[in-house]
Design a protein. Structure first.
Length: 183
């Protein structure tokens, strides 16, 4: 039940700025990951993530439903959710942080950005600095980023039986489109 309260809670956190039109929320996103291992490559995509950026202070929150990652192999998807990510116990991954650079959000352009914050995967928080490219348009923004997740850092166990099928380090890519937040 508490997981259903996360999205409304982070919207409320940022609600004070919405009157000043300083909130942008995601209206389209794509997260993908790729695992290159000696015996098998694994990849999946997720288009169900939510995100909000508060332009007044650079705060950013991203929430990704784990069970919405789609694989070409349905058995692989089942193993991902049940055996590795335990998505019933840990249904979301999230990032909550702040964009370091002070940007003129009213000026269209392409900016290199960094965000310091907490990445939570599999119930484990890790302080991370994530880098990306932010394209600011007249009434939209696109955030693109790529980063690595080391499974052991988030207490995701790889059984020895499948050790050569799953990489210890996963490459994650994200493209998040934003538009002004509307109540």
């Amino acid at each position: 039940m508490k997981h259903y309260l996360i999205l409304p809670a982070f919207i409320l956190i940022f609600n004070f700025a919405s009157a000043q039109n300083k909130l942008y929320s995601s209206n389209k996103s794509e997260f993908s990951f790729f695992s290159k291992a000696p015996l098998e490559d694994i990849e999946a995509k997720n288009t169900r993530a939510n995100s909000i950026i508060n332009l007044s202070n650079g705060e950013i929150v991203v929430r990704i439903p784990i069970s919405q990652f789609q694989f070409n192999n349905k058995l692989m998807q089942q193993h991902f959710n049940e055996n590795y990510m335990e998505s019933e116990k840990y249904p979301y991954a999230s990032f909550k942080g702040r964009i370091i650079e002070e940007l003129d959000w009213s000026k269209p352009g392409v900016y290199s950005v960094n965000a310091n914050g907490t990445l939570n995967i599999h119930g484990v928080d890790q302080y991370r600095k994530l880098s990306g490219k932010l394209t600011v348009g007249e009434k939209s923004m696109l955030l693109e980023t790529m980063f690595e997740v080391i499974l052991i850092d988030h207490k995701i166990d790889i059984p020895k039986l499948v050790f050569k099928k799953i990489a210890e380090k996963i490459e994650v890519k994200a493209n998040i489109s934003y538009a002004p937040y509307l109540k």
